[in-house]
Design a binder for this molecule. Structure first.
Ligand SMILES: Cc1cc2nc3c(=O)[nH]c(=O)nc-3n(C[C@H](O)[C@H](O)[C@H](O)COP(=O)(O)OP(=O)(O)OC[C@H]3O[C@@H](n4cnc5c(N)ncnc54)[C@H](O)[C@@H]3O)c2cc1C
Length: 337
């Protein structure tokens, strides 16, 4: 039977990520249009039937592919396992989170199943009795709607686009394990290394985005720069409030050029016209003027606040709901208490 399959990476005794629950939420939106059942395909290690049981209410069936080698991402293994789950489920639509793992492996699974793949999907709508998938192109300037005849239709779902599915209510899905030998691989995962100095500071699941601008590293009122102190205050804030970190271009470039800078900033943190357009519910800009090329990256963040010394900065020109005209070092020391 044609169904919607949501592919998620999972581990026994580990809660699913917010991104996984959002992808299940996307499946619910698609199911409301195409009126087909939702199944979940779990790829990972350990007893995945426990994870499947926890998805009661969000999926009618679960297909699991468990192998110790699937604990870590690996293109060939992930694409193989996902393709086997699609074939076992007979799905016509296959959704997976637009995470680094599935952005790489899902197109490979689509090829193995003779399907088509679209990426960064942010919406579904009904069009002539069919489901059209929506996504942004050219750095969020053009919005496109896609209809496809050929299936299975694989799609990666952009984070922050759909509400998380409610799980744990109603009947648990019936579990079908898929057992096949994984292809031999010469790749071995030795460990994970974060670009930003060992700590993962980019968290798409976080409610709040903290954007740090170049002002953090500029000469302050005592005539001295305080980059090290700035780093400590920013990291403490991220930890205390579970926030994700973004930056302005000026702050990113300083770090890349080796000047006195926030050492954990990378190109991946940059928000704006030539950076990312994140989708957190709330944003707090600090020490960042709020120039237009930066603020275009805030288009999906609806609740915006800023802290800047300059009462006439860009945020004051209608770009933020609240501008606190204050010294960020003083504010963050208070917030750290
Ligand atoms: C084609 C093009 C593309 C671009 N793309 C991007 C992009 O993608 N993203 C992006 O960010 N920029 C982009 N820019 C650059 C952008 O125009 C700005 O130059 C950049 O955003 C400035 O960064 P900033 O606000 O951190 O630094 P600054 O302009 O130097 O602002 C620093 C701010 O910190 C404040 N400050 C200093 N000390 C304190 C303190 N103690 N407490 C509170 N506030 C303090 C100052 O008042 C000031 O407002 C682009 C530019 C061009 C031309």
């Amino acid at each position: 039977m044609e169904s919607i399959l949501v592919i998620i990476d999972a581990e026994e005794d580990k809660p699913l990520s917010g991104q996984a629950l959002e992808t299940l939420g996307a499946a619910a939106a698609l199911s409301a249009i195409v009126k087909k059942e939702i199944s979940v395909g779990l790829v990972g290690s350990g007893d995945l039937s426990k994870v499947a049981t926890a998805l009661a209410g969000a999926a009618a069936k679960a297909f699991t592919f468990s192998d110790a080698a699937l604990k870590d991402p690996g293109y060939a293994r992930d694409a193989f396992a996902a393709a086997k789950l699609v074939k076992a489920s007979g799905a016509a639509w296959v959704l997976a989170p637009a995470s680094s793992r599935w952005s790489r492996a899902l197109p490979g699974a689509a090829e193995r199943c003779g399907g088509k793949v679209d990426t960064h999907i942010t919406s579904f709508e009904e069009k002539g009795g069919k489901a059209a998938a929506g996504r942004w192109y050219y750095r969020q300037r053009i919005f496109g709607k896609i209809l496809r005849e050929q299936g299975p239709w694989f799609m990666t779902i952009e984070t922050g686009s759909f509400p998380k599915a409610a799980v744990g209510v109603g009947a648990a899905p019936a579990v079908t394990p898929v057992a096949e030998a994984l292809p031999a691989s010469r790749s071995k995962v030795l460990g994970l290394r974060s670009l930003s100095g060992g700590k993962q500071t980019i968290k798409p699941d976080a409610e709040l985005l903290l954007v740090a601008g170049a002002g953090w590293t500029k000469t302050q009122k005592d005539g001295v720069k305080h980059a090290k102190e700035a780093e400590g205050l920013i990291l403490a804030f991220l930890e205390k409030y579970g926030a994700s970190l973004g930056s302005s271009k000026a702050a990113t470039d300083l770090a890349a050029e080796g000047g006195e800078a926030l050492t954990f900033m990378t190109q991946l943190h940059q928000v704006g016209q030539t950076g990312a357009s994140p989708r957190h519910a709330k944003g707090l800009a600090t020490c960042c003027f709020g120039e237009e090329p930066h603020v275009v990256g805030w288009r999906f963040i609806n609740e915006r606040r800023a802290i800047d010394l300059n009462a006439n900065c860009g945020w004051a020109q209608g770009k933020a709901d609240v501008l606190y005209v204050a010294d960020v070092f003083e504010v963050f020391k208070e917030l750290a208490k």
